[in-house]
Design a protein around this ligand. Structure first.
Ligand SMILES: Nc1nc2c(ncn2[C@@H]2O[C@H](COP(=O)(O)OP(=O)(O)OP(=O)(O)O)[C@@H](O)[C@H]2O)c(=O)[nH]1
Ligand SMILES: [Mg+2]
Length: 231
């Protein structure tokens, strides 16, 4: 096909990826949580809200295919006031809404930032993707960092299988370690495989049923916040 005129594409809605607000201060840090269905993303979001809400101004965006179940769970658990929780119904494969056409999610994030502009501003927005497969990753136009949550019950060969979530996420969380003895998962092997796939990138083994709970992941978020907000 021959085109004798310039082809223009619609301008993508990613202007708010700029980390600076118009007044020169930093906008809220946006962290995405992705991973297979049922690995513990919403439970991790809930635990992070409980751990960090007294020190950070937080909000959450959830993504479900046809429902608002994750947002409703967070509202029922009262992890944050309702005006800080927004649901996006993707209506299609969850990864589409976090990687390809991110406009609905960006709009949700920007509306939250606008709503709190006058009232102390937001420090942190968590964006939970709908459960998907090992290939789901967030667009860097939507989030500044991403956490990939897998669990020991999904099979201890998942770190070995790799995929962009396991290999490139800024933090890999291996959740439900309390179930390892019951499902025959070898945590040492998972740690070795994850290190082989990820090199220097961090991995957190977590049990939300255990005494440490979300502690290590909350500590990682605090480090990211400290690196994000020096202005
Ligand atoms: N034993 C155990 N169960 C957990 C842990 N974390 C989460 N769960 C349970 O695992 C189930 C799924 O957790 P969710 O947080 O809903 O998982 P999700 O990844 O958000 O699921 P989708 O959004 O549907 O993909 C729930 O029943 C949680 O209570 C854990 O550390 N240990
Ligand atoms: Mg969920």
């Amino acid at each position: 096909m021959h085109l004798d005129h310039a082809v223009t594409y619609p301008h993508r809605h990613t202007h708010s990826a700029d980390p600076l607000r118009p007044d020169g201060t930093r906008r809220a840090l946006r962290i995405g949580l992705g991973g297979p269905v049922g690995s513990g993303k919403t439970a991790t979001v809930a635990a992070l809200c409980r751990a960090l809400r007294s020190e950070l101004s937080m909000a959450v965006v959830t993504n479900d295919i046809y429902t608002r179940e994750d947002a409703e769970f967070l509202l029922r658990e009262a992890v944050l006031p309702s005006e800080r929780i927004t649901a996006v119904e993707t209506g299609a494969c969850p990864h589409t809404a976090i990687r390809d056409d991110i406009s609905a999610n960006l709009e949700a994030v920007e509306e939250l930032e606008d709503a709190f502009r006058e009232h102390g501003r937001l420090d942190l927005i968590l964006v939970e993707s709908g459960g998907d497969n090992l290939t789901a990753t967030f667009s860097r136009g939507l989030v500044d960092a991403q956490i990939f949550v897998i669990d020991v019950a999904g099979g201890d060969d998942i770190p070995r299988k790799g995929g962009p979530g396991v290999t490139t996420a800024d933090l890999l969380v291996v959740n439900k370690t309390d179930l390892a003895p019951h499902v025959g998962s070898d945590l040492d092997r998972m740690a070795r495989d994850a290190a082989a796939q990820r090199g220097e990138l961090p991995v957190a083994f977590q049990s939300l049923r255990g005494p440490e709970g979300v502690g290590p992941v909350a500590a990682w978020v605090r480090e990211r916040i400290a690196a994000w907000s020096p202005r």
